[in-house]
Write a protein that binds this ligand. Structure first.
Ligand code: HEC
Length: 233
């Protein structure tokens, strides 16, 4: 901005400031009144319409797919993309906190009086990139695979077994490649190196320790499951 422009801007600002009313109490009063109206409408709607509560939580369900609200999908996706455990705190706390602090400090590091977006290329570009990145991450988060899917390349004859493992809740306790939880069960990524097919089948049918028994699965599915797991070396 040229010095002359800046001078004109400051003069105009001074003039408007003299004409205007102080923030307190005028704007505070208006905002408070509007806030009361909004809260009143919410209370009225909750009394008249009630809130939908959904089915009661079932702690024994293994088919429930936990999902965040849509406005958290971008954070959810960030967490899914960043896999190494030592980087997880950076994804969950670090990046969002840094962004919030940058936003809070904006009035202090962006001192330019220019308001036209076209003449503020850095701010405009940064804003557009942020919005685009959040939109893209939200889209990926919304369409991403559920924890009952296994993201892993296998030979076609093992696809069926992979689906059985994916659909049976094994990932709640076992890690398989980049999928599933690391524990309480041992990692299954290279299970065939450790135990033979018959032993895998026995574990799945007996359910050693805290592992539930899966002997109620149809024999065909048990076989497909064993074929798949005994191919993982
Ligand atoms: C509730 C958690 C849980 C679930 C669900 C679960 N497991 Fe396990 N699994 C375990 C635990 C814990 C062990 C170790 C048990 C022990 O040795 O005491 C284990 C052991 C195993 C073993 C033996 C591993 C070894 O190295 O000896 C296999 C194979 C196995 N599980 C496969 C599966 C499959 C396949 C499924 C899904 C159909 C499944 N598990 C579901 C907890 C679970």
């Amino acid at each position: 901005m040229k010095p002359a422009d800046k001078q004109a801007y400051l003069e105009e600002y001074e003039l408007l400031k003299k004409k205007g009313k102080p923030f307190f109490p005028y704007a505070v009063l208006k905002d408070s009144a509007m806030m009361l109206v909004v809260v009143g409408v919410i209370i009225l709607m909750s009394v008249l319409l009630g809130a939908e509560q959904g089915p009661k939580a079932d702690p024994t369900s293994t088919t429930y797919v936990p999902r965040p609200e849509w406005y958290f999908f971008f954070l959810f996706e960030l967490l899914r993309v960043i896999k190494p455990p030592e980087l997880v705190p950076i994804a969950t706390i670090g990046i969002p906190t840094i962004c919030m602090v940058l936003l809070l400090l904006l009035p202090f590091y962006d001192r330019g009086p220019e308001r036209n977006p076209i003449r503020r290329p850095i701010a405009t570009t940064a804003g557009c990139i942020t919005i685009a990145a959040m939109a893209y991450l939200s889209y990926l988060g919304a369409t991403g695979g559920s924890p009952t899917e296994i993201d892993m390349k296998v030979a076609p004859q093992y696809e069926a077994g992979k689906e059985v493992v994916a659909g049976s809740g094994c990932l709640a306790c076992h890690k398989l490649g980049e999928n599933g939880n690391n524990g309480p069960g041992p990692e299954l990524t290279h299970i065939a190196q450790r135990i033979p097919r018959a032993a895998i089948l026995r574990s799945v049918e007996i359910g050693p320790g805290i592992m539930p028994s899966f002997r109620d699965l149809p024999p065909k599915k048990l076989n497909e499951l064993a074929d798949f797991l005994s191919s993982l070396d």
